[in-house]
Every structure is written in structure tokens, then in C-alpha cells.
Design a protein around this ligand. Structure first.
Ligand code: ADP
Ligand code: MG
Length: 707
């Protein structure tokens, strides 16, 4: 490396190290301050610089108290004139705080929260936000959100608190927004002069401000336009770093793990297709094409196959399995539960009924020891072609002669650990993950951004579909009428009981009670009961009876297995539907409408909250799983998406996937292109970006580097 470059690299590294340094490096932070900051999870200089305002008060847009409108949500600023605490009884009090802004008085009212008086002393300048009421001749807000604006301080020559746009940083009882404001201003002065990890070319392309400037504008915006630019840059920045990590992970998987380069599909796959009693949908053909293309590459496939229940994923998976057999390897299917493993086994042996002379075996907890030994022997000697089972089939003493493809049903439970397990055994099979959970684009580009994705977006012809009805408790009788009609036609119905938090035992009790009640409502109907407390044999019996139509109405807690396939069932009634997630409800309604008969899903709910209303409207109006998932994301917010350990991804600080979808797509394209050119980010121009990726993902380096 030329000396000049070397010096520059050293300089960049030392800058970066300063940011990663402890807060004690910020001048003027005392011990107690440090404690308060740590309590807010702010430990490094960088954490403080990236502790962005929760919102901003634009003084030009504030209402004068004299101009507020009753019933509106407003923010007003004034000086505290009085704070009166009335103790009514032990633990009961009313606090009235009057503020005045030269035009009128407004009262903040708090019940049983006397401590606010300590912070809202007369003379303090505050902002109150809340709904304006008019009571007993005065303007008031009950429990307003408030921010203390004063202890006006000038730091150096810059005015911190008196600008026209006032940042309100997330604060605590001990550390007010005003204190944070001053502290952050000081930190910016001391550390804010930073090199930028976004390569210059990209910054130029989008006209983004430099990192130093953007940081400043995030905290102390000069105008709303500049704030907006800064926010865009920060969001792009964050998404770019994430996408670079994903791109590096994918790259690593390709370059460092040898895989099996399968030949193009041939005779066995073709004879399966010829023997099927139906024609593949266009979606199935496309998905298999994508899969076989991946499988032909000399590195392991990592593909997600998503499609609603009944969209025909299993057939596609089977074709892929046959492809690996053609190439002289074995295949495995791993299901999350034994029931599902059994179902896959039945499906596959059914589809292979044409007889390709293949040996397919099922390995579950029910397999006898002797059978188990036999199966394991066949797997390791190569006498076995396809092994179906639960997680057990990649664990312990199971050995394959040559595992070419593993199909995993439901993505959540197959992660790094499983892949490592296989790797330790010397296998780097192609992996196909099937999921019936519709994953919106926003997530397949992020949470699952290191996987390739194939989508089956149409159901095979011949499905009558489902009509969704959302009713209040008074609509229950109507729902019973629908069930009665369907039963008369010889169809079957599911009734799913409310989710009970208390305990599985309580939930089971509730289900038993429901079943007793329904047996009064539907006299002469055979009613089955299914809940988590039942012995496995009893559960199996009930399910078998339901399949055989000896039970017509199945009352269950949510243990209804994903993927249960009873085409004659035409009603899905869910009690207390607002306690279920939207994707769960969508899965449940996917249980019916699978045959030739039009089906009904009835969701009974009595949720009052705004959110619950929105959710119910969404499930009633949106049929498509992807759009529903997107709506769900919007209603729930994205806060908790990445926090889960499992995802391997740090939370987003600024970016929001739905709002910033366009930025996400740009960031992804830019990141993948960049990593393509410089897979290990060795170019000095990418040094800071690499450091940034490593520090953002430091809790998940294993995730990042061990594909
Ligand atoms: P998934 O695994 O996506 O839930 P399956 O593969 O089990 O769906 O398919 C559901 C049912 O539809 C099965 O009975 C299967 O045989 C049938 N099926 C699959 N593909 C087609 C198709 N192209 N046309 C008609 N029926 C199909
Ligand atoms: Mg391959």
C-alpha cells in the first residue's frame, strides 16, 4: 500500500475508534450523567450521536393557546404559572399545572401522578401536547405529553434551545430533553467531524449531505427541508449497511462452501410430471426452473419457496428431490411436527404412486427402534432415496451417503444451527425452504434478504375459495346458521376457541366448555375436541375421525396443525378473532376452501380498539396473503421486527421499511453491486463501510460470517 493511502487508512480507523469509545471521552460528562445514559442504553460516543430526536417542535407552527380548537390534538408552549397538587386520599391526587403564553392559560391535569409537580415548577418553559378540552370554564389537557424546554443554555456561540425547530430527544425522568440537547450539541462539537462511510460516488449520485452535516441536521435542523434530506440520507445509510451485510453473507456462502452442481432435469423428473393427474401451474413451472438453475450452480442453493397453503409447493419440492436423485444423491424433507411429516410422507408416496421404484421412508418419534435402525442403515449405505421426518433427521446418529437436497417446511425453525450441524457431518446440500407465510417484499429484501425467493402466487384451478365474514358477538347466531346449512349438505366445520393466555390447562377447559355448548346447539352432530393437553394418541384419533368424516364439527384450540388438509371442511369459525394475529387468521381461513365447494370463514370479534378495528377490516377486505402481510406490518409497526435474536439483524434506527421502500431498493442494488466488485471490502475507499458493517452486526458476527 502506498504510504499516503496507509496514512489515510490509519486516520480513518482512529476516527472510527473514537466513535466506538466510551462516553467518558465526552468532555464534561459526570458520573451520575453516565449512569443515566447507560440506563438509556447509551454507552458509546456513537450511541449518543445516533440518539435522534423523537420529534421536533417547529416554533413557527405552534398554536397560541388563545387560538387552540377544542377537541383537537395540539402542541402549545408556555411558562408554568402554578402547579397545584390536591391530595384526595392516600394514593389519590389531582395535579393542575397552569401554563400561560401571553394569549391565554391552559391547564395540564394529572390524576394520581403527583411526581410531575417536581419537574413542572413555576417559571419553567414547557410544551404540552394532547387533546384540548374545555371544562369548567377553562382550557385543559388530561395527561398531556410534555417536554421541558428551558434551562436555556448557549454552548459556545451556538444557541441550542432557542432555534426555530426544537429537537425533542427521547428523555427520562432523570435526563430531560433539554439536558440531552446540550449534551448532544457538545458531543457533536467534539466528535461530529467525521469521515463518511458511504462511498463518495453513491453520495454524489443521490445528492446526499455528508455524514457530519446530516448528523447535525438530524439533531438541530436548520429547516424542515434540510431535516428531510438528512433523514433520507440516514435511512439510506442504514439500509445500505444492512444490505452490504446481506450481500457479503450471500457472497460468502457462494465462494467458501462447495456445493453440488446438479445437471439439468432429466428422465425421472419428466416421468413424474407425466404421471401427475394435473397440469403444473405456470407458477410451479417458473419456481422449478429457478430451483433447478440454482441447483446447477457449484455452490449450495439457499432458496425460499413461498406460496399459500394449497398452492402446490409439495409437488415442486418433490421435483427438486427427484432432480437430486437423478444426480446420484439423496434428499430429505424436514417438517416442524410429526403430524406434518406424516402428511408429507403420505403426499409424496401418493404422488409417486406411478412407481418410479424409489425408496421413501418416514422417520419420526413413532418409528420403532428396529425400523429406525433399518432406515438409518439404508440412509448411510445409499439404499434410501428420500427421507421424510422432523428435526430428528439431521441430528445425532443419522448419516447419509450423500445428501444433495434438504427441503425444510416452515422457515422459522431452520437456521444457522441446523446448517452448521449438517456442515459438521460433511454435507452442504442445496436447501429449499418452504413457507406458507406470505412474506411481503419489504421483508424478503431484508429479514430474508440473503435468500433467493420463488413465489407461487396462484392456486391450482378447481378451488372454490373462501368468503370471509367478520361479525361482532351478536353475529354468532348467524354463524351457527351457516354451519348448520353446511352440515346439512354433508360438509364439515372447524370452530377455533379463544386464545387464553392463562395456561394450556385453562385453554383446554375453555375448549371443553365450548364443545359442550355446541353439542347443545348442533344436536345430533358428532363433535370432536382437540387441544394441547390431550394425549397424542387421542389427538391422532380425533384427526383421523375428522378426515374420515365421522366427526363433522371439530372444536379446537389453535393446535390445528398448519397444513391439515380436509377438502370437505367448508366452515372455519374463529371465536375472539381479535386475539389472533392477522397472519394466523389468514392461515386459519386457508384450512377451508380447498375443495370444490365454496367455503366460509367467520371471525367473531369484539375488539373496541382502533387497532383491532383496523385489523378486522383488513382481514375482511384483503384476500391476498402478501397484501395482508403488508397491511399487518403497517398496523403493527415495524419496531420489533429485527430485534429478535433469530433474525440476526440489528434494529433499524431511522429507516422504516414501508415508508422507505424506494430507498430500500436503491440501497439493495447499490450494496450488491458494490460487494460484487469488492467482496471483502478491501478497497481503502470501503474501509469505513466495512468497519460500520462489522460494528452494526457485532452481536451477530457469526450470522454474518458463518453462512
Ligand atoms: P402446499 O404444499 O402448497 O400446501 P400441496 O403441494 O400440498 O400444497 O398441494 C395441495 C393439493 O393440490 C394437493 O392435493 C396437490 O396434489 C394438488 N395440486 C398441486 N399442484 C396442482 C396443480 N397444478 N393442479 C391441480 N392440483 C394441484
Ligand atoms: Mg448446487
Amino acid at each position: 500500500m502506498p504510504e499516503q493511502v496507509e496514512r489515510r487508512v490509519e486516520e480513518l480507523e482512529s476516527h472510527w475508534k473514537a466513535l466506538q469509545g466510551p462516553l467518558s471521552g465526552v468532555s464534561g460528562i459526570g458520573k451520575s450523567f453516565l449512569r443515566y445514559l447507560h440506563a438509556m442504553d447509551i454507552h458509546k460516543v456513537e450511541d449518543l450521536l445516533y440518539h435522534f430526536p423523537r420529534r421536533y417542535l417547529d416554533r413557527r407552527k405552534l398554536s397560541r393557546i388563545g387560538d387552540v380548537r377544542i377537541g383537537e390534538d395540539t402542541t402549545v408552549v408556555g411558562t408554568v404559572r402554578s402547579a397545584d397538587l390536591n391530595r384526595i386520599a392516600r394514593n389519590r391526587s389531582v395535579l393542575n399545572v397552569a401554563i400561560f403564553d401571553g394569549s391565554a392559560y391552559l391547564y395540564g391535569v394529572w390524576f394520581n401522578q403527583p411526581y410531575h409537580a417536581d419537574r413542572l415548577e413555576p417559571g419553567t418553559e414547557v410544551a404540552f401536547s394532547g387533546r384540548v378540552q374545555y371544562r369548567r370554564g377553562r382550557l385543559q389537557m388530561v395527561n398531556p405529553a410534555y417536554d421541558i424546554l428551558d434551562d436555556v443554555g448557549d454552548v459556545g456561540s451556538k444557541t441550542v434551545h432557542t432555534g426555530r425547530i426544537i429537537p425533542l430527544h427521547p428523555a427520562t425522568q432523570k435526563l430531560s430533553a433539554a439536558m440531552l440537547r446540550r449534551l448532544i450539541m457538545r458531543t457533536l462539537d467534539q466528535f461530529g467531524d467525521l469521515p463518511d462511510h458511504i462511498p463518495y460516488g453513491l453520495r454524489l449520485r443521490y445528492g446526499y449531505p455528508h455524514r457530519s452535516q446530516a448528523l447535525r441536521e438530524m439533531h438541530f435542523p436548520g429547516s424542515s427541508g434540510r431535516l428531510n434530506r438528512a433523514r433520507q440520507r440516514m435511512a439510506y445509510d442504514e439500509l445500505l449497511v444492512m444490505q452490504v451485510a446481506l450481500a457479503m453473507r450471500r457472497q460468502r456462502l457462494k465462494s467458501e462452501t462447495p456445493g453440488i452442481a446438479h445437471a439439468a432435469p432429466g428422465g425421472i423428473v419428466e416421468s413424474l410430471i407425466a404421471s401427475l393427474p394435473f397440469k403444473l401451474t405456470a407458477g410451479q413451472e417458473r419456481a422449478f426452473e429457478e430451483i433447478s438453475r440454482d441447483m446447477s450452480e457449484p455452490y449450495p442453493m439457499n432458496r425460499l419457496l413461498q406460496g399459500e397453503v394449497g398452492s402446490g409447493k409439495t409437488v415442486v419440492a418433490l421435483m427438486a428431490l427427484l432432480l437430486t436423485l437423478e444426480n446420484g444423491h439423496q434428499g430429505a424433507i424436514m417438517a416442524p411436527t410429526e403430524v406434518l411429516a406424516e402428511q408429507h410422507f403420505a403426499n409424496i408416496t401418493g404422488l409417486l404412486a406411478g412407481g418410479l421404484g424409489l425408496r421413501v421412508e418416514l422417520l419420526t418419534g413413532n418409528t420403532t427402534a428396529a425400523r429406525r435402525r433399518e432406515i438409518l442403515e439404508a440412509a448411510s449405505s445409499g439404499g434410501l432415496d428420500i427421507l421424510v421426518g422432523t428435526h430428528a433427521l439431521i441430528q445425532g446418529d443419522v448419516e447419509f451417503k450423500s445428501l444433495g437436497l434438504i427441503v425444510v417446511d416452515e422457515q422459522h425453525r431452520f437456521g444457522l444451527r441446523q446448517r452448521m450441524l449438517l456442515k459438521e457431518k460433511g454435507f452442504c446440500p442445496d436447501t429449499l425452504i418452504m413457507t406458507a407465510t406470505p412474506i411481503p417484499r419489504t421483508l424478503s429484501l431484508t429479514l430474508y434478504g440473503d435468500l433467493e425467493v420463488s413465489v407461487l402466487d396462484e392456486l391450482p384451478a378447481g378451488r372454490a375459495g373462501t368468503r370471509t365474514l367478520v361479525v361482532g358477538p351478536d353475529g354468532r347466531e348467524g354463524a351457527y346458521d351457516i354451519i348448520r346449512e353446511e352440515l346439512l349438505k354433508g360438509r364439515q366445520a372447524f370452530v377455533v376457541c379463544p386464545l387464553v393466555d392463562a395456561s394450556p390447562a385453562v385453554e383446554a377447559k375453555a375448549a371443553e366448555k365450548e364443545a359442550r355448548e355446541l353439542s347443545r346447539v348442533f344436536r345430533g352432530t358428532n363433535i370432536g375436541l382437540l387441544h394441547g393437553q390431550m394425549a397424542k394418541a387421542d389427538k391422532d384419533k380425533v384427526m383421523a375421525d375428522f378426515r374420515a368424516c365421522e366427526v363433522q364439527l371439530l372444536v379446537s384450540t389453535t393446535v390445528i396443525e398448519v397444513g391439515i388438509d380436509v377438502p370437505n371442511a367448508t366452515v372455519m369459525m374463529v371465536e375472539n378473532a381479535d386475539r389472533f394475529g392477522l397472519s394466523q387468521l389468514h392461515q386459519l381461513r386457508g384450512r377451508v376452501g380447498r375443495g370444490e365447494h365454496l367455503s366460509h370463514s367467520v371471525f367473531v370479534f369484539d375488539g373496541e380498539s382502533e387497532e383491532s378495528q383496523r385489523r378486522m377490516r383488513a382481514i375482511a377486505e384483503i384476500e391476498d396473503g402478501f397484501n395482508l402481510a403488508e397491511a399487518d406490518l403497517e398496523i403493527r409497526g415495524e419496531g420489533s421486527l429485527f430485534g429478535t435474536r433469530q433474525s440476526g439483524m440489528p434494529d433499524l434506527r431511522v429507516a422504516r421499511l414501508i415508508r422507505d421502500f424506494r430507498l430500500l431498493k436503491h440501497a439493495r442494488a447499490d450494496a450488491f453491486e458494490l460487494v460484487e466488485r469488492d467482496p471483502h471490502l478491501r478497497d481503502p475507499e470501503h474501509l469505513l463501510l466495512r468497519l460500520e458493517v462489522e460494528s452494526r452486526f457485532r452481536d451477530n458476527l457469526e450470522w454474518l460470517f458463518n453462512a
